[in-house]
Design a protein around this ligand. Structure first.
Ligand code: NAD
Length: 324
């Protein structure tokens, strides 16, 4: 039986990857600082441990693993990443995890290791025009990410690639663009825009008002979790190292995103724009290279995934008694 290790299996993408690998017949070990929050894990074995500690890394990895998925990171949405308040933790904690895992994977001759990088590595100067952001993979250098989160991701990409170059370690790297869906953070300060806006809409009575950070004209694209998992599995099974973008090309403004959620909810709400951490002005995935290398395209409309996500967040808000 094929065996996989999922680091960060208690988090959003990691927990969905565990489910997918189980469906494919893998024996899966998950490791995380915490258990999954919203549904029991489907991992065969789940270790609570801190991957900043080499001792913990050594205790969860052995030669029998076919593949390691490295999702563990100290991360969150704009409210966590762009305020500057968590920069030391973001750089230190995530870098340590990656330093430990890549060295161990190499030492134990693990066949493949997947690393989840981010669209946040792209230079700020290519993302100033909200209508024409440039996120082609080859535009990453000269580097100028707008956050320490992006710098750590870029450093770690280079770390994995250097282990490939010097030691032949098989690495696969994706640059994720705003992944969203059920069973992700929605109210703990680490939630990203789709979850935060779904929560605000679910918690506000029809005719009320929600707040959006910035002027609402900043653009982004958002990829539903099922497509992220599919795209990741295809990348891992391919011969392509990456880094490849995994994201949607359906770019919307934050105001448009909020309006779509209101439509799903059947509510009319006013939007109040307030100062807050927003990140770059514009960002959209560029999927040309992914299609060229992997021959597959994400295709689900944003509205579909957003509907699933809104319904799930509304249910969570009802459960904790904050739904309107
Ligand atoms: P998440 O926060 O839900 O999951 C990350 C998990 O890592 C958490 O469960 C956390 O407890 C765990 N973790 C943190 N520090 C750890 C440590 N020291 N030891 C063990 N576990 C630790 O985030 P996610 O959305 O599932 O993201 C997964 C990966 O994908 C991350 O590396 C993230 O940077 C990357 N990524 C995500 C997105 C997105 O839109 N969700 C976009 C770009 C990149």
């Amino acid at each position: 039986m094929k065996k996989a290790l999922v680091c960060g299996a208690g988090g959003f993408i990691g927990s969905h990857m565990v489910k997918r690998l189980k469906k494919e017949g893998y024996w899966v070990r998950g490791v995380d600082l915490k258990y999954t929050e919203f549904a029991p894990t489907e991992a065969d074995d789940f270790v609570i441990g801190d991957l900043r500690e080499q001792r913990v890394c050594r205790s969860v990895v052995d030669e029998s693993f076919e593949v390691i998925y490295q999702f563990a990171a100290d991360m969150g949405g704009a409210g966590f990443v762009f305020t500057g308040e968590n920069d030391a933790d973001i750089l230190h904690n995530s870098a340590l995890i990656n330093l430990n895992m890549v060295e161990l994977a190499n030492r134990l001759k693990i066949k493949k290791i997947f690393y989840s990088s981010s669209a946040c590595i792209y230079p700020e100067h290519n993302q100033l025009d909200p209508d024409n952001p440039n996120c082609r993979e080859d535009s990453a250098y000269p580097a100028n990410p707008d956050s320490e989160y992006g710098w750590e991701k870029l450093f770690s990409e280079r770390l994995y690639l250097a282990f490939h170059k010097n030691h032949g370690l098989a690495v696969r790297i994706a640059r994720y663009h705003n992944i969203f869906g059920p069973e992700g953070s929605w109210n703990n300060g680490r939630e990203k825009a789709p979850a935060a806006l779904c929560r605000k809409v679910a918690e506000t009575p029809d005719g009320g008002q929600i707040e959006i950070w910035g002027d609402g004209k900043q653009t982004r694209s958002f990829l539903y979790i099922d497509e992220c998992i599919e795209a990741t599995r295809r990348l891992v099974d391919s011969d392509c190292l990456g880094p490849l973008n995994i994201g949607s090309e359906e770019m919307v403004t934050l105001d448009q995103l909020a309006t779509m959620i209101m439509q799903i909810a059947g509510k009319t709400l006013a939007i109040k724009h307030i100062p807050g951490p927003t990140g770059v002005r514009g960002r959209n995935s560029d999927n040309a290279l992914y299609f060229e290398k992997i021959g597959w395209k994400v295709s689900k409309p944003l509205l579909d995934g957003l509907t699933q996500t809104y319904l799930w967040i509304k249910e969570q808000a009802e459960r904790v008694g904050t739904a309107a």
